[in-house]
Design a protein around this ligand. Structure first.
Ligand SMILES: [Zn+2]
Length: 81
């Protein structure tokens, strides 16, 4: 997975970091299920707060080609019916 550069506008919160605990307390802790990164959605930047279901680190997500291709097998299953 690509690394987030240190000058990214949104600060990534590490596990057990004081920032993550503080955001959790405020109720503004956000989590991305795709990359597993945490951030404080309560801190306004050029990218946050993010719309629901979005991630400020999307650019640094694993590339879709690195994931297994499910669509092709689903297409074949449908064709056999
Ligand atoms: Zn993400």
């Amino acid at each position: 997975m690509p690394r987030v550069p240190p000058d990214h506008p949104v600060k990534q919160l590490r596990h057990n970091s004081p920032g993550k605990a503080a955001a959790e307390k405020k109720g503004t802790l956000a989590f991305c299920g795709t990359c597993g990164r945490y951030w404080d959605d309560g801190i306004a930047t050029s990218m946050t707060p993010v719309p629901a279901g979005r991630c400020p680190f999307e650019y640094y997500h694993p590339k879709p080609q690195e994931r297994p291709r499910r669509n092709s097998s689903r297409f074949l299953e449908g064709a056999n019916r």
